[in-house]
Design a protein around this ligand. Structure first.
Ligand code: DC
Length: 234
């Protein structure tokens, strides 16, 4: 199946901080596929709104939002020293800025807007283009690539997820209290699940992976156990 000519799409959806990006990056690296963090794209739009003092929830700012979406370009580059993926907004590295608590608090509001989603979905489909990809997000297996070859839905308990997110922020030097981090996470999940535009939901043909008690090595083992046959059979 990974033979020449045939491109593979692996969709990894699920809850905030369920370990999607670490898992998706690891499989992309293992298979030599491109990794695309679709959440970073919604975060980039949110950052642009914050910088321009634009209130996405206010209908009076609708025209300004359309203008902003026209001017926006989002891309990913690999840092040649750390090997990490970095998000760029109109050629500026914004990787650290998009992980701030301010952006995290506003991103669910921005990602509810149909116009924003339509534009991001176009970007995402274009980025996948003719290369095999692993893309993580909330609606990849349901909306962006409903015909993805492999669909995985990731989850973990709220406590485990909040601890992960707290550690991630601390490592990046971003200050936030544990309670604040957990509250933001739970609230974001609720908004993601209940919005009318492309809500977070498991695709019927996705396989669930609960990472509450799993190490990264165990997750990789699980992936290879489930999908090796599909990926390497030809
Ligand atoms: O994966 P993340 O936590 O960085 O995503 C940030 C936000 O973006 C999240 O609250 C939901 C939204 N999102 C989305 O609506 N659709 C996606 N495909 C990816 C993320």
């Amino acid at each position: 199946m990974t033979g020449e000519g045939k491109t593979i799409i692996i969709a990894v959806d699920g809850y905030s901080s369920s370990g999607k990006s670490t898992f998706a990056k690891a499989i992309a690296q293992r298979l030599g596929f491109i990794y695309i963090d679709s959440g970073a794209m919604y975060r980039a739009v949110t950052l642009a709104c914050l910088r321009e003092g634009l209130d996405p929830a206010d209908n009076r700012d609708k025209d300004k939002l359309s203008g902003l979406l026209e001017r926006i370009d989002i891309s990913f580059k690999i840092n040649s020293i750390s090997g990490d993926y970095e998000t760029h907004l109109n050629y500026e590295n914004i990787e650290k800025d998009i992980r701030s608590i301010e952006v995290s608090e506003m991103v669910s509001i921005v990602s509810k807007i149909k116009e924003v989603r339509d534009k991001m979905v176009l970007f995402q489909r274009k980025m996948a283009g003719r290369k095999s990809v692993v893309m993580d997000g909330r609606d990849i297996g349901t909306v962006v690539f409903p015909d993805a070859d492999i669909k995985i839905f990731m989850t973990a308990s709220a406590d485990v997820r909040a601890r992960r997110r707290y550690r991630e922020l601390s490592e990046k030097g971003i200050k936030a209290g544990f309670g604040e981090v957990k509250e933001n996470l739970v609230q974001r999940d609720r908004m993601d699940e209940t919005r009318s535009e492309s809500p977070l939901k498991k695709a019927d043909d996705a396989v669930t992976l609960d990472t509450s008690n799993m190490t990264q090595e165990e997750q990789m083992e699980w992936f290879l156990d489930h999908f090796s046959e599909k990926l390497f059979s030809e």
